[in-house]
Design a protein around this ligand. Structure first.
Ligand code: ASP
Length: 358
């Protein structure tokens, strides 16, 4: 080594050491994860997930990996034809085709996988997990996601049930009187009709987060998304940081409701970061709904009094087992398995429904 290159080397080594010192210092300044307190599994989910939380908690208690457990939990709802918001029997896009979105995150290995606008496969959460495990990618969509699922042996089927087909047809025939679609029957006032209930679109999804006694966390979010959406529309559910976020050192968060309001604020990432810096799950989820409301400016999305005409919910589970759910509007619930009990609990909220001025 010449003197010059030796001096350069020593200088750059000193700079690298200084940088490493600074990095260590800033890592040391990150709030340390809270001490572990759980003595059994804790699983939290959207309100349609009582069977999911029970199943996942049972599997975690028996030693299953937290991601396998929450996926097995949501598979029950994905395969249920009577849940119109997830998987098989989910409400279709405006062409009458069901397109599913899902994401998974495995806390201990810091990995993620997701699929968007996936057709013909009942359990997109399982496909998302295979994307995580068997590709160098995180997110596959549309035709590519379907081909990938086929190549991994997933069986295809028509995801539209008779009930969801009739609801879609009903929507098509009622949402405008200036087109060529005419209702074929006198409306049955007792029958569910999205169009006749005064709104064109419905939301619905399952998000499920699980924690074991070793402090490992995983999460999954899976949905058929916004009903009657434009073909190809992908919501927040498969977007890491929006529909789902897990950091094994801090906690996990999931979301349901109007995806467009969540994607803009990266709600679940925001919640986990707030918890990292000391917020409780209830404070962090409320901060996220507040941010979503603050970022909603379009008149078409607001009631006359300026409050949103949609709902958005967040669910959070901290590494120490604390959990919470929060929504924009009152009346929201979430499912939770904790302390050996499976139940529904109330979400914190920003606005009372009764106060609404249309
Ligand atoms: N968040 C989902 C989406 O926007 C729908 C829902 O949760 O209701 O696709």
């Amino acid at each position: 080594m010449t003197d010059l290159s030796r001096r350069d080397f020593l200088q750059s080594a000193a700079a690298a050491a200084a940088l490493a010192g600074a990095l260590n210092q800033s890592l040391a300044e990150e709030p340390t994860p809270t001490a572990l307190k759980v003595s059994g599994p804790v699983v939290i989910s959207s309100a349609n997930g009582l069977r999911a939380t029970e199943k996942a908690a049972e599997m975690i208690a028996a030693g299953a990996d937290t991601l396998d457990a929450v996926i097995a939990g949501v598979n029950i709802v994905e395969e249920d034809p009577n849940d119109n918001s997830v998987g098989y029997g989910g409400l279709p896009n405006e062409d009458g085709i069901v397109e599913l979105d899902s994401s998974v995150m495995h806390g201990p290995s810091c990995r993620a996988g997701a699929v968007g606008a996936l057709r013909n496969i009942k359990t997109p959460s399982q496909v998302a997990k295979v994307v995580m495990e068997r590709t160098d990618h995180i997110f596959l969509v549309g035709e590519g996601a379907l081909r990938f699922a086929r190549s991994h042996g997933f069986k295809e089927c028509d995801l539209l049930t008779e009930e969801s087909r009739k609801l879609w047809l009903d929507w098509k025939e009622h949402h405008s009187d200036k087109d060529n679609w005419i209702p074929s029957e006198v409306p049955d006032p007792n029958k569910r009709s999205d169009a006749r209930r005064g709104f064109a679109f419905t939301y619905g999804t399952i998000s499920c987060l699980g924690l074991n006694t070793a402090g490992d966390l995983s999460g999954v979010t899976t949905t058929s998304g916004l009903s009657y959406k434009l073909p190809g529309r992908v919501g927040d559910s498969p977007i890491i940081g929006a529909g789902l976020y897990v950091d094994n050192e801090v906690g996990a968060a999931g979301s349901t409701g109007r995806g467009e309001a969540n994607i803009k604020i990266c709600g679940t990432h925001m919640i986990v970061e707030a918890m990292r810096h000391g917020a409780t799950p209830a404070e962090a989820t409320l901060q996220a709904v507040q941010r979503a409301v603050h970022h909603t400016t379009e008149k078409r999305l607001l009631h006359l009094d300026g409050r949103p005409n949609f709902d958005l919910k967040f669910y959070a589970l901290a590494k120490d087992g604390r959990f919470a759910g929060a929504s924009i509007w009152s009346g929201g619930k979430f499912a939770v398995y904790a302390d050996g009990k499976n139940r529904l609990e109330e979400c914190a909220f920003l606005f009372q429904r009764a106060e609404v001025k249309p």
